[in-house]
Design a protein around this ligand. Structure first.
Ligand SMILES: Nc1ncnc2c1ncn2[C@@H]1O[C@H](COP(=O)(O)OP(=O)(O)OP(=O)(O)O)[C@@H](O)[C@H]1O
Ligand SMILES: [Mg+2]
Length: 422
């Protein structure tokens, strides 16, 4: 069997020409339909090349709208520019530190990662944070020390430092403080500047900031729109040209994938479908991707997305979604009261089931208020939908409906919370 698998991997490459082109981390040399956004980001951070303090920028847009790749693209272009000494005046120093806050999720971690970034540890720099240490490590230093080191390297080198914080909503501890520090540093610096590019697909991150930090981060703001089906086709075609064999996938498949992904305007989803459809065709030793492969890819990708979004939820939200799924299996009270099998559940019955499940798991149930917040979060992640009931069914209440098959959700949560076979 393994021979067969390896042959598929290495074999005649009937489907893919270069699969790395389809990797989520690959940034193509052109980003179709993002000219305006590329120009916008460049105009906001570009003045650093003239030694001017650039405005802070907050970039918001739904998942897969190209925020990360546009910012990385502009950073790459700035770096290419800086590598040509004839283009930039002598003495001008621009450095960009990019990080994803999913991993660096506290003020401390962000400061630490900034100091550890290669951008600040170039051997030509004075007072580079890691310079001259036999065991380069800043871990364990207190935040005030980290701040001093950042201050020194920026000031001593008259540096324009741009810190790009991708998925900034993931900074759970000290986001306000972080913004405050990064503004205060500019007031105190005798030379050099620090500015921030914050990126998020969650608009609510702004509400977590106090007014002062909010206006700091959102000095400039850009919104990335969703892609439509036509735009997604261009994006897909670009990858097909570079990554697929010439006749391995035809236009009708690309149209179909673009149409599926256009429902959310999400290029990541479109590219996942494209790659998965190619893999399915490859595993079946076909010469080209057909419609069945695309449909099957869609099922698999949907399942992956659902599994990922559930297993990443905090424990109590997993218990809530499990409670919803358990009730949904038998239809719940709304069905009994209204006689309509709409799949809607009453908030009260879900809370009761949640309390019971918490007890069974030896967890303390949270208050009704916190529980309502969990429901809002689950709605934001697209796992449930809510609407208000009309009068008559227990007064007006919120009705909850599951976005995915209940048995599937129960299976995933059971596994994630270690609930045995149920
Ligand atoms: N205009 C484009 N041209 C080519 N590829 C694109 C374009 N926009 C997005 N992509 C690709 O789609 C995928 C998703 O894009 P990206 O990671 O930039 O989305 P995002 O807006 O950062 O999403 P999220 O909010 O989930 O982080 C990436 O593989 C990226 O290369
Ligand atoms: Mg991103």
């Amino acid at each position: 069997m393994i021979d067969e698998l390896l042959k598929n991997e290495l074999g005649d490459r009937k489907i893919f020409k270069d699969k790395t082109i389809l990797s989520p981390h690959y940034v193509p040399s052109e980003l179709p339909h993002r000219d305006k956004e590329i120009k916008g980001v460049t105009q906001i951070i570009g003045p650093a090349l003239r030694n001017e303090k650039t405005s802070n920028l907050f970039i918001y847009g739904g998942p897969g709208t190209g925020k990360t790749c546009v910012v990385k693209y502009v950073i790459r272009k700035i770096q290419e520019f800086l590598n040509k000494p004839e283009m930039v005046d002598e003495g001008i120093l621009v450095k960009v530190a990019y990080m994803n806050c999913k991993i660096r999720n506290s003020k401390y971690q962000v400061l630490l990662k900034t100091l550890e970034d290669d951008a600040l540890n170039d051997e030509k720099l004075m007072d580079a944070p890691l310079k001259g240490r036999s065991e380069p490590s800043l871990k364990g230093m207190d935040p005030a020390d980290l701040y001093d080191r950042l201050f020194r390297v920026v000031e001593k080198n008259n540096m324009n430092l741009i810190i790009a914080l991708d998925e900034i909503d993931m900074v759970k501890k000290g986001l306000n403080d972080l913004m405050y520090i990064l503004t205060r540093i500019n007031d105190e610096l005798g030379a050099g500047h620090v500015s921030v590019v914050g990126i998020s697909n969650d608009r609510r991150v702004k509400n977590r900031l106090d007014p002062r930090s909010k206006s700091t981060l959102c000095e400039e703001e850009m919104i990335f729109p969703h892609y439509n089906a036509v735009q997604l086709r261009t994006i897909l075609n670009q990858r097909v040209e570079e990554g697929f064999q010439p006749t391995a996938i035809d236009d009708s498949m690309i149209r179909k994938i673009a149409a599926f992904a256009a429902q959310d305007g999400d290029a990541r989803y479109a590219l996942k479908l494209l790659k998965k459809a190619g893999e399915i065709a490859q595993n079946e030793n076909k010469n080209a991707v057909d419609m069945e492969d695309v449909e099957y890819a869609r099922n698999l990708v949907e399942k992956d997305i659902m599994t990922e979004s559930i297993t990443l939820l905090p424990e109590h939200q997993q218990i809530v979604i499990y409670s919803i799924a358990s009730l949904a299996v038998d239809g719940g009270m709304y069905k009994r009261l209204s006689g309509r099998g709409t799949g809607d559940l009453l908030t009260g019955e879900v809370y009761e089931a949640y309390e019971a499940n918490c007890k069974a798991l030896n967890r303390n149930p949270r208050t009704m208020r916190q529980f309502s917040e969990y429901l809002n979060e689950l709605e934001m992640s697209g796992l449930i939908a809510m609407r208000l009931s009309g009068k008559g069914i227990r007064g007006t209440t919120r009705l909850i409906r599951l976005g995915y098959p209940p048995n599937e959700i129960k299976r995933i949560v059971s596994k994630s919370l270690g609930l045995g076979s149920d």
